[in-house]
Design a binder for this molecule. Structure first.
Ligand SMILES: *Cc1c(COP(=O)(O)O)cnc(C)c1O
Length: 374
């Protein structure tokens, strides 16, 4: 390999590479929106919602300002509020729990499964109390949680299920798209997600028309018609410009996810036999869209130093399980409460992962990781 190549940065994610291909199409769409200044609730918003609902095999899609708001409004629409408890995974991005808090409810954490890193379904029932109203399984790193088990528990205890699919656009569990399995499925279109806008974006899908209508009211000042306010709402709309970007990118999501899966296979082939490395495992009844490719290594400091020395970026998702964050210290969880999440947090490492990743870049990552393992 040439010397210049190894000195180039292997980015964690290469957004410029993704946008370059669409710049002319995006420019054209933007020009049309600027021409009629339909920045708010323009045609692209409804068009993208229809396309995304269809893609997710769901009856309705409501676009929103971001994924956190999607989770928040999903809970409000399901009637969850003060005095209620909502169960979710300790091993997730904080937004999942924040949405519960901002709905006025209390997050109740459960440990993750050591193989899939998604919520440990064996431990959900122990966390249920008379105040429990819902479960938010997170399809973490792109792999669906064990939805059959979760839906069965929900049915038995009369709980709602909100899927946090913010990392799993297009992932499939037993033939079904994530987001369409629970009561409501929430997505983020943050730029770095598998389907990302050119700024903040989010949305949710559901098969329930009433919830969808209620959430549309909540996102737009409680009104369907300007200055006719049926309820007290908020301003959580998706911009027309972002909807236009998402509409252009959505038809490519499937091939990007396939590229991510191929890259994951390549990493796994070359790392699975390295002593001490734990490669990702995808359960046989689902796929993963590999939003992140997360390995475990015995000495993370050493591997991160080797990556840095070779100009390779990486990440940790997430360094502190939510029950041990300062933000949630008022919930009074102790260290040791969720041993699987706590142990994983010390050893997990996310390697560069994006559709445009090249084999040369992957070879450099693999070589650098191996060089740090004794
Ligand atoms: C990104 C993300 C969110 C929040 O999405 P935003 O669009 O950033 O608000 C929620 N949950 C998970 C698991 C995420 O990865």
């Amino acid at each position: 390999m040439s010397v210049t190549l190894t000195s180039q940065v292997v980015p964690f994610i290469d957004l410029p590479a993704q946008f370059r291909a669409f710049q002319p199409e995006i420019n054209e769409a933007f020009a049309a929106i600027f021409a009629n200044t339909s920045f708010i609730s323009g045609a692209a918003v409804k068009e993208f919602e229809a396309d995304f609902a269809k893609y997710c095999q769901a009856g309705h899609c409501v676009s929103l300002h971001n994924g956190t708001v999607a989770l928040h409004l999903a809970l409000l629409a399901l009637g969850i509020g003060p005095g209620d408890e909502v169960i979710t995974s300790a091993n997730t991005f904080i937004a999942t729990a924040e949405a519960i808090s901002f709905a006025g409810a209390k997050p109740v954490f459960v440990d993750c499964d050591p193989i899939t890193y998604t919520i440990d379904v064996q431990q959900i029932e122990k966390a249920i109390t008379p105040a429990t109203k819902a479960i938010i399984p997170v399809h973490l790193y792109g792999q669906p949680a064990d939805m059959d088990a979760i839906m069965a528990i929900a049915k038995k205890h009369n709980l709602k299920v909100v899927e946090d699919a913010c990392q799993a656009h297009g992932a499939i569990y037993k033939g079904k798209r994530v987001g369409s399995i629970g009561d409501i499925g929430c997505f983020s279109f943050y730029p770095g997600k598998n389907l990302g806008a050119a700024g903040d974006g989010g949305g949710l899908v559901t098969n329930n028309a009433q919830w969808a209508e209620h959430i549309k009211l909540l996102r737009d000042h409680g009104s369907k018609q300007k200055y006719v306010h049926e309820i007290v709402g908020h301003n959580f709309r998706l911009d027309t410009l972002q909807a236009a970007v998402l509409k252009i990118k959505l038809p490519h999501l499937e091939s990007w996810n396939q590229a991510r899966q191929a890259h994951a296979e390549y990493y796994t082939k070359h790392l699975k036999d390295v002593p001490g490395i734990v490669v990702p495992t995808v359960a046989s009844d689902r796929n993963s869209v590999f939003h992140l490719y997360v390995i475990q290594v015995p000495d993370r400091e050493a591997v991160m130093a080797a990556l840095a020395k070779n100009n390779i970026q990486c990440g940790i998702h997430y360094p502190v399980p939510l029950h041990l964050t300062k933000a949630y210290e008022n919930l009074n969880y102790k260290a040791g409460a969720f041993p699987v999440s706590e142990k994983a947090a010390k050893h997990i490492l996310s390697l560069p992962m994006f559709a445009e990743l090249t084999e040369e870049q992957q070879d450099r990552v693999i070589a650098a990781v191996k060089s740090a393992i004794k």
